[in-house]
Design a protein. Structure first.
Length: 305
């Protein structure tokens, strides 16, 4: 108790005890280890999915509500250091098939998610996307409707144009560090070189691709004579891209040592001509209307008109 008329001296009180803190590195190590050992969010989430599938009341069942409370505790563990302890009666022994756990016992879920999962799984192999145009795919995918009388006269020129187009497209992909033709054309870029930012530089990539397309159209519009048939020429552009005879022919030109996939975007620089060719082969009104809709989508998406 302070009794004198002088202010109390704090200097002697501040350091009258020693606090034994661990070193910062030891604290970090201990915290990280505890977090790894006690991180149960994934276990709780999986258990809740199983009970919601198995119990009649679904997510409102007693086990799910109890797991929801544990989940709240587990979320706060990094701040509170209070772990969520999962009781034995909430342990999971079997998983529904849609969770795809091949190393665990599973059962066939009879609920809507399970039914949808099995239906999609059955049709997926038949409709799965093709990652690249292989020779075998080219044999099956080539559309003879796209052949126009006289297209053979333009094949050599089309081959040269495609070689130039693929070379320049390959340079763009290398420059930006983009591995996939579909990514650079659609703008849905998943990964770029470290020198670029996927979000900030996406517009620059799009401008470069549009510039290349416009250049390709100038090649197409170069007239070799008064008798040039634009549809036969467009047909030749399609032919040198999709016919299996030309698969792999461009590797020495633009792909040496890089093992790139066969590029297929070249003829679609003149998509309007290709669509007109297809329309001419489809006489029915319904098919014509569908192709007209497709033409509008191309003109909007490629921004070439």
């Amino acid at each position: 108790m302070w009794t004198s008329g002088k202010p109390i001296s704090l200097c002697n009180l501040c350091f009258q005890w020693t606090i034994n803190f661990a070193s910062p590195l030891q604290e970090v190590e201990e915290y990280f280890t505890n977090y790894i050992v006690n991180d149960s969010l994934g276990i709780i989430a999986n258990a809740q999915t199983v009970f919601a599938d198995r119990e009649p009341l679904k997510a409102r069942s007693e086990p799910c509500l109890e797991l929801a409370q544990l989940f709240s505790i587990a979320v706060d563990f990094p701040k509170t250091s209070v772990p969520a302890e999962i009781p034995s009666h909430l342990g999971v022994k079997e998983y529904p098939d849609y969770m795809e756990k091949p190393d665990k016992p599973t059962y066939e879920s009879r609920h809507v998610i399970g039914k949808l999962f099995r239906e999609v799984k059955e049709i997926a192999p038949h409709t799965s996307s093709i990652r690249s145009l292989t020779r075998e795919v080219a044999r099956k995918a080539y559309d003879t409707d796209m052949e126009v009388d006289g297209f053979e006269d333009y094949v050599d020129e089309a081959f040269d144009c495609k070689s130039e187009y693929d070379y320049k497209l390959g340079i763009l992909m290398d420059y930006y560090g983009i591995q996939n033709e579909a990514e650079i054309l659609s703008g849905g870029i998943m990964k770029m070189s470290r020198s670029f930012d996927r979000r900030k530089d996406a517009e620059a990539v799009g401008m470069a691709v549009r510039s290349l397309r416009k250049e390709a159209r100038t090649w197409f519009n170069r007239s070799g004579g008064h008798s040039d048939d634009p549809y036969a020429k467009a047909s030749a552009w399609y032919h040198v891209t999709y016919h299996h005879r030309f698969w792999g022919c461009y590797w020495g030109v633009y792909n040496e040592g890089l093992n790139r996939a066969h590029f297929i975007s070249f003829p679609w620089c003149v998509y309007d001509k290709l669509i007109q060719i297809k329309k001419a082969k489809k006489a029915s009104t319904r098919s014509s209307q569908q192709i007209s809709s497709l033409e509008l989508q191309f003109s909007h998406g490629l921004r070439l008109l």
